[in-house]
Design a protein around this ligand. Structure first.
Ligand SMILES: [Zn+2]
Length: 104
């Protein structure tokens, strides 16, 4: 994320998987919304931006609802159009990892 005189710009590597691109954009939006100066400057701010991104892409209420029917990491990831890593992060953040029946 970088700022010019009038606007902020989020740059995304188009060669990365679309799930990674979505998470990167959500992460950078998190920095902007929370008023952080830049990405990568402080561990706390990085964690805050990751939590923001995870909630934006995987709203907890929708995740809890989905978990009533879907219990496999891969299927949940596809449902929310995120990587397995992002889904695992979200589930772990909310103590829901053990609700899974499989990681494929
Ligand atoms: Zn960051």
């Amino acid at each position: 994320m970088r700022k010019s005189s009038l606007q902020w710009t989020i740059e995304v590597n188009s060669g990365r998987h679309v799930h990674a691109q979505r998470f990167t954009i959500a992460h950078e939006l998190g920095h902007h919304v929370m008023g952080h100066d830049s990405c990568g400057s402080m561990d706390l701010q990085e964690r805050q931006a990751n939590v923001f991104a995870a909630e934006l892409l995987i709203p907890l209420a929708l995740l809890r609802n989905a978990l009533k029917k879907v219990r496999r990491l891969g299927a949940l990831s596809q449902l929310f159009f995120v990587s397995k890593e992002a889904m695992q992060y979200k589930l772990n953040e909310h103590g829901l990892l053990l609700t899974l029946s499989g990681f494929d």
